[in-house]
Design a protein around this ligand. Structure first.
Ligand code: PEP
Length: 250
């Protein structure tokens, strides 16, 4: 079965509600109805309701940038899966490297968030990737496959089949330094092979693996031409409607 490509925008801590509204309105004009690709925008939590309003009836979907692992409780500042679903989210990014780097995210908390999200209708976008030091120390497969296996531990094959994986080398995020298509393909293929060995070829063949790290209109086509790259998770180049639309129409 062909894997439907996903182009997802991570708006990080950018854009107020009026800015979200105008960018999404512009985006609707440019990409509404484009077929053969799943288009997802993940704005900040304060703008999720705005996204729901502006994207009513659109083919553009939206999601959140994080979720808590408990159903509810005394967790000041956190958001639950039920809250994200309530506002209309279909996706949630889990384990982004900025969460791992600045907010104490670990493989254990990533696994807990994933398990919780998979107990609902949310589609998790699981981020994994190595730092520059780890790459230079020849530890890419160790680190990336280690993160993958620890995130998926305890999940059934059925649950895993609902995840979208995003390989995001930390050294390429927001740095303007993209992995070459060959480097990205090498790691994507390594991830798919690992899924085949640990689970099954059906699972490995069906899972979407996105690349993330300074993807822009000028490099998206060569990345997407790689056999195991099924889309992109995009930060900087997703903030502008024109540039994100070019990525969607790669
Ligand atoms: C990201 O935030 O997931 C990302 C890949 O950012 P950028 O495209 O800006 O490198």
């Amino acid at each position: 079965m062909a894997r439907i490509p996903v182009i997802a925008g991570n708006w990080k801590m950018y854009k107020t509600r009026p800015e979200v509204k105008s960018t999404l309105e512009a985006l609707r004009k440019l990409v509404d109805g484009v077929e053969g690709v799943e288009v997802v925008i993940c704005p900040t939590a304060t703008s999720l309701a705005t996204a729901a309003e502006v994207l009513e009836g659109s083919t553009i979907r939206f999601g959140a940038q994080n979720v808590h692992w408990a159903a509810e409780g005394a967790f000041t500042g956190e958001l639950s899966c039920a809250m994200l679903l309530d506002v209309g989210c279909q996706y949630v990014i889990i384990g982004h490297s900025e969460r791992r780097q600045y907010f104490g995210e670990t493989d254990e908390t990533v696994s807990k968030r994933l398990t919780q999200a998979l107990g609902t209708d949310l589609t998790p976008i699981l981020c994994i990737g190595e730092t520059l030091e780890e790459r230079e120390a020849d530890r890419v497969s160790d680190v990336v496959l280690g993160q993958l296996k620890r995130a998926l531990a305890g999940l059934t094959e059925d649950q895993i089949s609902r995840i979208i994986i995003a390989y995001e080398p930390v050294w390429a995020i927001g740095t303007g330094r993209t992995a070459t298509p060959e480097i990205a393909q090498e790691v994507h293929s390594m991830i798919r092979t690992c899924l085949e060995q640990e689970y099954s070829s059906e699972l490995a063949e069906g899972l979407r693996i996105l690349y993330g790290g300074s993807v822009k209109p000028s490099n998206v086509a060569e990345l997407m031409a790689q056999a195991d790259i099924d889309g992109a998770l995009v930060g900087g180049a997703s903030l502008d409607a024109e540039s994100f639309a070019q990525l969607v129409k790669y």
